[in-house]
Design a protein around this ligand. Structure first.
Ligand code: DCP
Ligand code: MG
Length: 369
């Protein structure tokens, strides 16, 4: 007989920030399918449907048991008609025909391929698609296409970048970054964030936050990146800070933050990576291009930046939604603003931010929502 669903024991919250979601996903067969549909909604800029698929996916990821019948969905939040239909298809056939046909769809395939290139967003992907391009070879051979500096680098290293970064590589990159940062400011700290902080084995890039105990000292660091060892820096782009003091965060959920940052591509030598299989070293070149993001954060905003950059994207989205709708507070990667008391709430740690929001603390590895 089926185990008693947890939903019958204690209600599962509609908010990802009130659930513990580890990487031990018992419903991968459903969430893989639903994520493809959510992604396609993003490609079509269909925000409403994106949210419907993303929320259902996230609830399923948090369950400590596998769904094996439609009745097990009873009492679960965020299970709208569209995701339910997909789950039902999979329960009956082991796969979803909707997803199968989407995976063969020309536009979906091209958009997925093009947006996987560093520097290529939906606009560019759509333009290339409408020009009739379907493969990267066609794009690269095109006579009168203009590429940004970022796209040129993205295309040049697309094989390495699309092959994912593993933990050992992320660790090796971390050591390079730390060495560089400490040469600039000896007591600055470098923290690995993003998916790797959540315990993921692979990622599409490596994300680091950099801060200094004395405010202001962090400001010059990025402008010294060219002093990284010769040949290491394959590409970089520094985005200057657009910080405004005492700015009340907007209610938008997906806003980019205002920190100074550097998007780069590093040339990682295989000998710096522990446990690289010897075959891989012999078979081709002895280095790999890796996407790295560095974010410079003033110490007062560090806890908010850390929470914001640790993800997952859906966890972040629901944190902001929860703050806004349940607490009348606006949260972003810099501050938390209490609209009732009309005050900014300061925090030194992530724990303090959860406490401000009246939330139980959720560890980074439980934020894989
Ligand atoms: N982030 C966000 N909103 C965005 C972009 C990023 O909230 N529009 C946050 C959540 C992400 C984190 O920043 O987890 C890092 O962004 P990445 O795109 O690098 O995502 P991950 O590190 O989680 O995944 P990946 O393994 O693909 O790098
Ligand atoms: Mg990342």
């Amino acid at each position: 007989s089926d185990p008693v669903p947890v939903s019958k024991v204690a209600a599962i919250s509609q908010y990802a920030c009130q659930r513990r979601t580890t990487l031990n996903n018992k419903n991968k067969i459903f969430t893989d399918a639903l994520e493809i549909l959510a992604e396609n909604c993003e490609f079509n800029e269909n925000e409403r449907s994106y949210v419907v698929f993303a929320r259902a996916t996230s609830v399923l990821k948090s369950l400590p048991y596998a769904i094996s019948s439609m009745t097990m969905l009873e009492g679960l939040p965020n299970m709208e008609v569209q995701p339910r239909a997909i789950i039902e298809e999979i329960l009956e056939d082991g796969k979803s025909s909707t997803v199968e046909s989407l995976l063969c769809d020309e536009r979906y395939k091209a958009t997925k391929l093009f947006t996987s290139i560093f520097g290529v967003g939906l606009k560019t992907a759509d333009r290339w698609y409408r020009l009739g391009f379907r493969t990267l070879e066609e794009v690269q051979a095109a006579k009168d296409l203009k590429f940004t500096k970022m796209q040129k680098a993205g295309l040049m290293y697309c094989e390495d970048i699309s092959s994912f970064v593993n933990k050992a590589e992320a660790h090796a990159v971390g050591q390079i970054i730390e060495k560089f940062v400490h040469k600039c400011v000896p007591n600055a700290t470098v923290t690995l964030t993003g998916g790797f902080r959540r315990g993921k084995e692979i990622g599409h890039d490596v994300d680091f936050l950099i801060t200094c105990p004395e405010e202001g000292k962090e400001e010059g660091i990025l402008h010294k990146v060219h002093s990284l060892p010769q040949g290491l820096l394959l590409y970089y782009d520094i985005i200057e800070s657009t910080m405004e003091k005492n700015k009340i965060p907007s209610k938008q959920y997906d806003v980019m933050d205002k920190f100074q940052k550097c998007f780069m591509i590093l040339k990682l030598n295989n000998t710096l990576v522990q446990n690289t299989e010897p075959e891989r070293q012999i078979e081709s070149k002895d280095w790999k291009a890796i996407r790295v993001d560095l974010v410079i954060v003033p110490i007062q905003q560090y806890a908010y930046a850390l929470l914001g950059w640790s993800g997952s994207r859906h966890f972040e989205r629901d944190l902001r939604r929860f703050s806004y709708h349940e607490k009348r507070m606006n949260l972003d990667n810099h501050v938390l603003y209490d609209k009732t008391k009309k005050v900014f709430l300061t925090a030194k740690t992530e724990e303090e931010i959860f406490a401000h929001l009246g939330l139980e603390y959720i560890e980074p590895w439980e934020r894989n929502a």
